[in-house]
Write a protein that binds this ligand. Structure first.
Ligand code: C2E
Ligand code: MG
Ligand code: MG
Ligand code: MG
Length: 278
């Protein structure tokens, strides 16, 4: 009977599902190769101080240059990297690269740029020993005084099983700041904001997109900013694309903005020549 069931189950596999399974297996294979062959690069997107236009922060965004397909979007490969656990090794590389970049810009150009790295919940779960290595690396590189920031998402804060509190405290002790990414899209339990000592709230693009035309989005952003400030957090608006959006955010007291209005994510050398060599 088990065999019959197995055969029947195979029948549920439609051609498009088979295509998808094949595509996915290929992606997993290629991603493993990518890790071995170092096909990754970090791009940097400026996080602009709203009031002055200064750039003192950047978000590191992972880019994969596939030998045949060219650039592959993180939206496509990060979920697969998470499912397969490859994200741990990739994330390790991202963190180290970002820390080294921050240290290098400080040494060679004399500027202190805080670089944010994204971390998925999976990375937190498995990083016990790595965390120690990273904090040691920061010391070695002398990346103190908040040269690095970690971006986490709301889902992580709901999972008590990963020792999140302890890990975030360890980061804090090492001078690493913490951002809550994509705020408003997850299970925004406000209680967590108090519990976890977060430095920055990043308002998701879905709220900033219509901030200049939609009264409700405007009100929500204003309320988030007031609340964040009262809780001692700074606010970064994601996906700022127009001058009208920037104006509204500035008037609402938003601290930082990030988006195509200012710049797309660019390579390290382009970032340096655009923002650091002036
Ligand atoms: P995220 O952390 O929310 O990053 C912001 C995304 O919005 C980036 O997409 C960025 O290029 C894009 N963006 C910035 N400004 C604008 C704008 O004005 N308009 C629009 N339409 N988009 C804008 P990207 O680079 O494709 O990354 C997508 C997601 O992949 C990231 O979302 C993050 O969740 C994940 N990701 C990227 N790099 C890493 C990484 O190193 N590790 C992990 N775990 N996740 C990463
Ligand atoms: Mg992010
Ligand atoms: Mg984000
Ligand atoms: Mg986002």
């Amino acid at each position: 009977a088990a065999k019959d069931q197995g055969r029947n189950r195979f029948n549920y596999f439609t051609p498009s599902m088979q295509e998808y399974a094949k595509y996915r297996m290929r992606l997993i294979h290629d991603l493993r190769q990518a890790v071995l062959n170092k096909e990754f690069e970090l791009h940097y997107q400026p996080i602009v101080t709203m009031a002055t236009g200064e750039v003192l922060k950047a978000e590191a965004l992972l880019r994969w240059f596939h030998p045949e397909r060219g650039s592959v979007s993180p939206a496509e490969f990060i979920p697969v990297a998470e499912d397969t656990g490859l994200i741990v090794e990739i994330g390790n590389w991202v963190f180290e690269q970002a820390a080294r970049q921050s240290a290098q810009w400080r040494k060679t150009l004399g500027v202190e740029i805080q670089i944010s790295v994204n971390k998925s919940p999976i990375q937190f779960r498995d990083e016990g020993a790595l965390l120690h290595n990273w904090l040691e690396l920061l010391q070695q590189l002398d990346v103190t005084g908040a040269g690095v920031c970690v971006e986490i998402t709301e889902g992580l804060l709901l999972d008590a099983s990963m020792g999140v509190t302890e890990k975030l405290l360890a980061y804090r002790d090492a001078g690493v700041q913490v951002s809550l990414d994509d705020f408003g899209t997850g299970y925004s339990s406000l209680a967590y904001l108090k519990k976890f000592d977060i430095d920055y709230l990043k308002i998701d693009q879905s709220f900033t997109r219509n901030i200049d035309t939609d009264e409700n989005d405007h009100t929500l952003c204003e309320a988030i900013i007031v609340m964040a400030h009262k809780l001692g957090m700074k606010v970064i608006a994601e996906g700022v694309e127009t001058e009208a959006q920037r104006q509204v955010l500035l008037r609402a007291g938003c601290d930082y903005g990030q988006g195509y209005l200012f710049s797309k994510p660019v390579s390290a050398s382009e970032f340096a020549s655009k923002y650091l060599l002036t």
